[in-house]
Ligand binder design. Structure first.
Ligand SMILES: NC(=O)c1ccc[n+]([C@@H]2O[C@H](COP(=O)([O-])OP(=O)(O)OC[C@H]3O[C@@H](n4cnc5c(N)ncnc54)[C@H](O)[C@@H]3O)[C@@H](O)[C@H]2O)c1
Ligand SMILES: CC(C)CCC[C@@H](C)[C@H]1CC[C@H]2[C@@H]3[C@H](O)C=C4C[C@@H](O)CC[C@]4(C)[C@H]3CC[C@]12C
Length: 371
């Protein structure tokens, strides 16, 4: 009886629940009508207005404005939660934030989440990591033959964002098995999405707007042969929900594990993949080969980095092209694995066709909306 009462009382906490991925996780939790779910807490630095519309359903939705770098705020939000899905993070590869801030949010913030679980007795922690914990590395090595979780790869990073994600992932995995308040072990695991796309993807929106400005054209910069891993946001969210649900039943198998996020999205170059959505919206990718030689792109990227540094005291100059983004876009890195299917029965919830159509509809709706 006590078991039944407990089973109906589950509280989920989603950090970063108002972000691109976080919103999909929250909506997925509500759509899946998890019978044991009583409350979803959404913890974010900035709360979104759409939260209000979620508050009318049978599951209590609690919005908590807070900062993961503040240990006491995190502990207060975690107290009494059954599972924490920690998606909050500073996703910055353009140099908008300082390396210190990226470290504080992504590493110290994750430490605070782990410590809060230990102190308050929360046993299950799902961490949103990134493919960039593995690569592409600074040497530009491709991840050949569509690697999986076991594929050897020299993970060497210098950029603050992948460094912070790698450190945070390590902390999460090392915390698996720590005794939480009450004496039971903490069960953790990390999900590594490749480049996420779908409704709410701001970089896709930026490319679309840039294409409109350029007379409905984009100019190819990266060879079509470079494959870049992509995964639909709905499937990434679904994977988080499944892991959160299954972690309790399969703690021996899943605890301390990493899983790449994958689905049926095709293997293509970054730009060709974007054109799957932007072409039906009227954009055209000019050139079957890069129009600008690679050495010139490297030069421009280096110049941008230099300008960013020089202008920093006066203004924020953070263009999309810099040596790091160029290296990521120009290095083959894709995954092919079925580990999530073997460990917890994951199958993508959205087919490629669905994912594509949903994303196209979203891009089309972007036109005319404020930037
Ligand atoms: N977007 C991708 O392609 C991608 C790929 C792999 C992994 N990831 C990871 O997925 C997670 C979510 O990324 P996203 O693309 O949804 O980014 P996002 O910026 O849309 O969402 C991040 C959320 O975290 C919140 N946040 C930031 N700093 C915070 C703080 N100090 N305290 C509390 N909340 C804070 C933001 O307000 C935002 O709502 C991140 O951890 C990111 O590293 C993203
Ligand atoms: C060279 C230019 C023409 C194109 C620049 C594109 C560049 C802004 C894109 C290319 C690849 C993108 C990253 C990739 O999809 C994966 C991730 C992992 C994730 O954890 C955070 C986002 C990130 C880094 C994407 C950012 C934008 C990138 C670099």
């Amino acid at each position: 009886m006590a078991g039944t009462a407990q089973a109906q009382e589950q509280v989920y906490l989603v950090t970063g629940g108002c972000g691109f991925l976080g919103e999909h996780v929250v909506r997925m939790l509500l759509q899946q009508q998890e019978p044991r779910l009583r409350e979803i807490r959404i913890f974010d630095l900035h709360l979104s207005p759409w939260l209000e519309e979620l508050k009318t359903g049978p599951v209590q939705v609690t919005a908590i404005q807070g900062d993961v770098t503040q240990a006491h705020e995190v502990a207060a939000a975690v107290a009494g939660a059954h599972v924490v899905i920690h998606t909050a993070g500073l996703v910055d590869v353009f140099g908008r934030s300082s390396p210190k801030t990226i470290h504080e949010v992504n590493v110290q913030g994750t430490k605070n989440v782990i410590e809060a679980c230990v102190q308050t007795g929360t046993r299950f922690l799902v961490y949103t990591s990134s493919m960039e914990v593995v690569g592409p590395n600074i040497k530009g090595h491709p991840f050949y033959s569509r690697g999986n979780e076991e594929t050897p790869y020299e993970a060497v990073h210098s950029h603050p964002y992948p460094c912070s994600k790698a450190l945070a992932e390590q902390l999460v995995l090392e915390a698996n098995g720590r005794r939480v308040r009450g004496g039971l072990p903490l069960v953790t695991c990390a999900l590594r999405p490749t480049g996420i796309y779908g409704e709410g993807h701001q970089i896709m929106r930026d490319f679309y707007r840039q294409g409109l400005r350029l007379g409905c054209r984009l100019f190819r910069a990266i060879p079509a042969s470079v494959e870049h891993g992509r995964v639909y946001v709905g499937n990434v969210a679904w994977m988080h929900v499944l892991v959160a649900r299954e972690l309790e039943q399969r703690e021996k198998l899943m605890g301390g594990q990493v899983y790449f996020c994958y689905d049926e999205s095709p293997y293509k170059s970054y730009e060709d993949f974007n054109m799957e959505f932007l072409a039906p919206c009227g954009l055209r990718l000019v050139g079957t080969r890069p129009l600008v030689p690679y050495w010139l792109l490297v030069l421009l990227a280096t110049l941008n980095a230099l300008l960013q540094w020089l202008l920093r005291p006066f203004l924020l100059y953070a263009p999309m092209l810099n040596p790091y983004t160029l290296a990521v876009a120009n290095t083959t890195f894709t995954v092919s694995t079925n580990k999530a299917q073997r460990h917890f029965g994951y199958e993508p919830l959205f087919s490629w066709e669905d994912s594509r159509n949903r994303t196209i509809r979203w891009v089309q709706a972007v036109e005319g909306s404020p930037s």
